[in-house]
Design a protein around this ligand. Sequence first.
Ligand SMILES: CC(C)(COP(=O)(O)OP(=O)(O)OC[C@H]1O[C@@H](n2cnc3c(N)ncnc32)[C@H](O)[C@@H]1OP(=O)(O)O)[C@@H](O)C(=O)NCCC(=O)NCCS
Length: 411
Amino acid sequence: MSASASASSPPASSLPPSTSPTITLTNPTPKERTRTWLYNQTEWGNSLTVPAYLEREEYLLSIPLARNGGITNWILTDTSSSCSPVNNNNDDDDDGERPVLAACETLRKRALVRDPADGTVRDVWAYGVASVFTNKEFRGRGYAGKMMELLRGYMAGQHRETGEPAFSVLFSDIGKQFYAKHGWIPLENTQIEYRVRENPPEPEPSSSSSSSSIITLLGDEHIPELAERDEELLRKEIAKPNPVNPSKVRVAVIPDLDALQWHFYREAFICNAAFGRKPSVHGALYTSPSTGSRVWAWFERNHYGGPEKPEKNLLSFLRFVIEDEHISDEELSEAVVGIFRAAEKEAKDWKCSKVEIWNPNPRVRKAAEAATEFQTTFVVRQDKNLASLNWFGEGSAQDLDWVANERFEWC
Ligand SMILES: CC(C)(COP(=O)(O)OP(=O)(O)OC[C@H]1O[C@@H](n2cnc3c(N)ncnc32)[C@H](O)[C@@H]1OP(=O)(O)O)[C@@H](O)C(=O)NCCC(=O)NCCS
């Protein structure tokens, strides 16, 4: 299959310069889109076979967040190419496929922006950018850079006309420079992580009064109610001024049902292909015995190495929520230990060797570091998964307060 992909590529010697006026950013036909997947499966196929990867990419177009126009595929192409039908419609009659010089996709996400001038909070759209890719033969010619320049121009133009998108996020795996040139500025990128033990402690029997007895494992049935509650809490939080600098604009992507389900559907597909089963546990919840308030976290398994290479697999927290910020340190510690143990057990069951939590709340970090059984490490990410934000409003992305900058936004 990859042979037919390269057969339809133009020879490198006939490639136009990235500055050519005939280079454009447009939407691929279905066949062209399949070709972008054939190109990039060599990089991101991980444990999936080529057919399974193509099936997954097709499937990902139909899941929450992406369906109903939530996802847009983009290609950088050359309108002067001899095999160019210059056809922007997604019809199937595309025998003369255009060259795919670079490709990416954007995912539309619900988001919030707080204006410090009057304290109003607006519901807005943000675009996540994903799967930025240039076929190996075409690299180093400025195509990906040109694509990001055009994509930024498109989004900024839309913003000027309609006010949307308010901003865009992406997660750079190639360091800080490349995307920053086009306005996606890396902001806070810390994490705590811990290794999964050979023999993690078994959960305590439910009659015990230890932390695990007040831990509930979260399945599909819990997602809608907790996502709604999380959004309510986030709206309250973002309505307040930034505690250190009240003049900052505050922004957040909403960790709503679709945002979470996108991860769980994707994860289920990959787990099923690699292990023949799907995860039923998506997180863990602690209930305070004194007040009934809750602390919960969602997580996903990332099988970069598949069943054979557990050392490459990890379990990532998507979102960590503290329902009542006045919860005592003692109870928060109990919550952290209980939730981390539940995550570790899932990681172990799914051949993941590490657990990571992005931009942890300082109190969660403190509790995690005090719980010596996990031996957590605090890391500032420098090269991979750098959460970066392009702001289309006044001022600079550097001056924003990005609230709830956590893994659920990744795409
Ligand atoms: C990254 C990628 C899209 C760049 O495509 P390209 O068309 O060669 O990009 P351009 O020619 O426009 O720009 C190349 C620039 O990216 C930089 N770059 C490319 N790969 C890089 C990497 N792995 N780490 C850091 N910088 C990298 C180059 O140093 C160069 O910088 P310069 O402009 O300062 O000289 C391409 O190498 C690719 O598809 N890689 C595999 C998939 C991937 O990692 N995608 C990014 C996911 S966030």
